[in-house]
Design a protein around this ligand. Structure first.
Ligand code: CAA
Length: 241
């Protein structure tokens, strides 16, 4: 029986590539989104992947959203990919409290909200796969991103702690730290700044969303059972540690 996989922010950018590759590998995929109905409809029409609108920053919405996915897809969520994320870049001395809160809520609290909604079932069934999408900027920091770097760095700590809790119950929890990937989010970086960033990527190009999806597929496989608490960097060599 195909496993049900939920990808947050799964209709655009990296999330869309993850949803599509999971479907291609035989998973029953649900793609969550919050902002763009138009993009979600287009994605669903072209891929046949059902979409579920809820705010991952809202605890109750995640409980209801996960339940709706299980009901619609005919089985519990056994694979969770926490991919949803936003940027509100700006230097600290110009950053508003709202832009701090929005990024922490959507990028980090979301991981708690969705994981909390699936963890009891995963523990009961003694199987689960959780992959959290962090960032090179959570590992290395980034000028103009104290909010984003803090949230993404938090994801890496979250991953290691939950991996320890899940291990005995057959639940693996891993993170991927993408570098700069060619998506709307990265294209929003000022062109001159982006040019300098690309110049520092040894591979000499931006990542492709599919480069990240490849890592997700590897980590969620049934036989990836011994891989937990790890962070896979997929960044073209931009940052190594
Ligand atoms: N290191 C040191 N100084 C820097 C710098 C850096 N990396 N970047 C900018 N500065 C300096 C500039 O040289 C400038 O100095 P002067 O005033 O002396 O000329 C000063 O900081 C102000 O720069 P800006 O004019 O760019 O200031 P701004 O307030 O208009 O914008 C910013 C600042 C919002 C941080 C803008 O530079 C920016 O958007 N940077 C990109 C941030 C980034 O990489 N975001 C990643 C988004 S994608 C993503 O997050 C996905 C992922 O996971 C990888």
């Amino acid at each position: 029986m195909a496993r049900v996989a939920l990808v947050t922010g799964g209709t655009r950018g990296i999330g869309a590539a993850i949803s599509i590759s999971l479907k291609g590998a035989g998973y029953k995929v649900a793609a969550n989104y919050a902002a763009s109905d138009e993009a979600a409809k287009k994605f669903s029409d072209s891929t046949g992947i059902p979409v579920f609108k809820f705010d991952v920053g809202d605890f109750a919405a995640c409980q209801a959203g996960v339940a709706a996915v299980a009901q619609a897809l005919g089985g519990p969520v056994e694979v969770l990919v926490n991919n949803a994320g936003i940027t509100r870049d700006g230097v600290m001395h110009k950053m508003s409290a709202d832009n701090w809160d929005a990024v922490i809520r959507t990028n980090l609290s979301s991981c708690f909200n969705t994981s909390r909604a699936v963890i009891d079932g995963m523990r009961e069934r003694k199987f689960g796969r959780i992959v959290n999408i962090g960032s090179v900027n959570g590992q290395a920091g980034q000028y103009g991103q104290v909010n984003y770097a803090a949230a993404k760095s938090g994801i890496h700590g979250f991953t290691k702690a939950l991996a320890q809790e899940g291990a005995r119950a057959g639940i693996t929890v891993n993170a991927i730290a993408p570098g700069y990937v060619d998506t709307e989010m990265v294209r929003a970086v000022p062109a001159d700044v982006l040019e300098k960033i690309i110049a520092r990527i040894p591979r000499g190009r931006l990542g492709r969303a599919e480069d990240i999806a490849r890592g997700v597929l590897f980590l969620v496989a049934d036989d990836a059972d011994f891989i937990t608490g790890s962070t896979m960097s997929i960044n073209g060599g931009q940052h190594m540690y």
